[in-house]
Ligand binder design. Structure first.
Ligand code: ATP
Ligand code: MG
Length: 203
């Protein structure tokens, strides 16, 4: 690399660094919990939320999880976070997958009970972080009303951040949220090669 190329690279990096520093110095602390949405068809919505839980626990934060839709599945994350009973409160509701129960009234009641629980947890002020796992699925099938969910989020204690996961997040929710990430499927072993769900990777 010539001296001129080196010099030009250095100048570019200096200007990027200055821009980055300026943005960081202007950023504000909202002094309230954030609302995060993990959506899209690609894998990683729930597992990323569980990664954030690990990060929060590292700082001694209190965490709650309410799982919508997926009733009685045993998962590695649940087994793991059960090891922290004073820091993690975990509720799993519903009666298995919608296509297993095929009972709209029952699914609605289960989702509403789960959201009532979630709202209580949002309002107590005891939690730094709440994960409402697969709530977007409950919204998509109209087991829950989006207005009720936004009102619940609005009523949360200012300390509490909330992560909402699941495909097909409603526009009202993504408008309301501070952060929205859409997971994009590039390749998935199940749809690409018929590989079944793997313990420790998928559940
Ligand atoms: P994960 O919990 O692994 O982060 P997710 O929350 O993004 O996945 P869900 O829609 O909740 O995805 O589905 C959970 C299960 O379905 C996991 O076993 C996951 O591997 C699998 N899965 C996720 N995305 C796909 C996909 N695009 N095709 C097939 N299976 C998928
Ligand atoms: Mg998920």
């Amino acid at each position: 690399m010539s001296n001129a190329q080196n010099q030009s690279h250095k100048e570019k990096m200096q200007s990027l660094q200055a821009e980055q520093k300026r943005k960081a110095s202007e950023a504000v602390d909202p002094e309230r919990g954030l609302v995060l949405v993990h959506t899209g068809n690609g894998k990683g919505k729930s597992s990323s939320a569980f990664g954030v839980i690990a990060r929060a626990l590292g700082w001694g934060h209190k965490v709650g999880v309410v799982q919508f839709i997926k009733g009685k599945w045993v998962t590695g994350e649940r087994k793991f976070f059960e090891k922290f009973p004073t820091d993690v409160t975990w509720h799993t509701m519903g009666d298995g997958f919608t296509w297993n129960t095929q009972n709209l009234e029952q699914d609605k009641l289960a989702a509403e009970a789960a959201f009532t629980k979630a709202t209580q947890m949002m309002q107590t002020g005891e939690f730094d972080l709440l994960v409402l796992d697969e709530i977007n699925i409950a919204l998509r099938y109209d087991y829950l009303d989006i207005k009720t969910v936004i009102e619940g989020l609005n009523s949360r204690d200012e300390r509490t951040s909330v992560i909402l996961t699941g495909r097909d997040a409603k526009a009202e929710l993504t408008d309301y949220a501070d952060l929205v990430t859409e997971m994009v499927e590039v390749k998935h072993p199940f749809s690409h090669a018929g590989i079944k769900a793997q313990q420790g990777i998928d559940f």
